[in-house]
Design a protein around this ligand. Sequence first.
Ligand code: ADP
Ligand code: ASP
Ligand code: MG
Length: 403
Amino acid sequence: MKIVVLKFGGTSVGTVDRVKKVANIIVGYVKKKYKVIVVSSAMSGVTNDLVKKSKKISNNFISSEYDALVSSGEQMSCALIAGRLNHLGYKSQSWMGWQVPILTEGNHSSSRISQIDKKKINKFLKSGGIPVIAGFQGINLNKRITTLGRGGSDATAIMCAKFFKAEKCVIYTDVEGVYTTDPKTLKKAKKIKIISYEEMLEMASLGAKVMQPTSIQDARLNRINVDVKSSFKNKSGTLITKRKNIFNNKTIAGLTSTKNDAKVTLLGVKDKPGVAASVFKPLSQNYINIDMVVQTSSGNRKETDITFTIKSEDLLKTLKLIKQNKKIKFRDLIVNKNVSKVSIIGVGMITTPGVTYRMFQTLANKGINILVISTSEIKISVLIEKKFIKKAISALHKEFKLN
Ligand code: ADP
Ligand code: ASP
Ligand code: MG
C-alpha cells in the first residue's frame, strides 16, 4: 500500500468552505492511487476558545478534564471532512483518539504518543476507505483522554506516518512552508526549500509556531521526511529532512522570536554552593520551565545576582514560590514582563567563525541592549526589550543575507 498522511491545521479547516477545499486536496491524492490517512486539527479559534472557557471555570482547572475539554474541537472538524468526502462519493469515517486507539504516556496536556493500534485503520484502508483521525489527542493507560500540547496535531500526523509506514507526511497549513522567519512579522521572510531536523527543532522550540517542537523530535528519531505546504495555494513547500540530504547550508537558516517571556532577577543572594539549586527546586517541583539563566560573578565572593526567564503565564506562581521559599535570602527582586527572546539558528554556524560577534554588533548598531544571552552548537539567543523585536529581526535578517 502506498500510504500518505495528510495533516490539516486550524486555518485550513477554519470554515465550511475551507473543509470543502481540503476534501478536494484529499481526493487529488486518492486519484494518484495513494491510500490516504487524514489527520485534522480543530477549526481555527475553537481550541483557544475552549482553553478560555476552562480558565473562566477555574484558574487551576483539573488537567484530566482540561484534556477532555480541549480535545473536543477535533471531533467537529474530522466529522465535517469525513462528511464531505462521503458527499463526494468517497467512503470515509472519522476516528477520535480513543477509537483508534492512540495510546499516550506522560502527563495530561503534554502527553506523547507511544503506540497506535493499526488494526481497524488498516482494515478500513484496505476496504478503500479514507480514515480521518483527530489530531492532538489520545488515551492513557487508564483510558482517559489525553492531549499532546498545543499544536499537537503535527505530532499525531508524524506518528501516524511512522506506525503506518507512510511514504509521505504532508503538513498542510496557512503559509507556503517554513520561512526564514515568521512571514507575518517580516514581509521579507523567504521560504526555505529544505531544512534539517536539528534546525527545525531549534526554530520550533524558539518560537516558530509553524511546527510543534515535539513533532520534529518524533520525525527526527524515526527519520520521517516531512513536507510543509499551503492548503490555500498549490505550490511547493519546505522539506524537513536529515542533514546529510542538504548540500549548500547557509550560515544561518532562520530567525525566531518569542512573545510571552518574563525575566526575574534576584539581587544579592549568597554566593555559596547549593543556592542556585535552592532557588530552582520548588520551581521544578511545580513544573515551571526555566529557560535562560545567568549568574553574575560576585566581586566580593559574598553575594551574587541570579537572573532567569520563564513563560509570562508562570510569573505569578513563580513569584509566590520564591517569596515562600525559606531556604533563600535576597536583597531585592526585579521583574520585567516586557522581554522577548530573539534567536538565530543554523548548522552553518558550527564552521563559520564570527557569528556571535556579527549578531551582537548588528543589535548594537540599532541601539538594542542585550539583557541575557544563551547559546548552543547551532543557535544563539538574546533577550531584549519586547518593543525592539521587529527592528532586531529585520536587521539580523539582512545581516545574515536572508533577504
Ligand atoms: P496550523 O493551524 O496549520 O497548524 P499554525 O498557526 O500552528 O498553523 O502555524 C502556522 C503559522 O506559523 C503561520 O501562520 C505563521 O504565522 C507562523 N510562523 C511562525 N514562524 C514561522 C516560520 N518561520 N515559517 C512559517 N510560519 C511561521
Ligand atoms: N487544535 C489544537 C491546538 O489548537 C491542536 C493543533 O492545532 O495542532 O493546539
Ligand atoms: Mg500548528
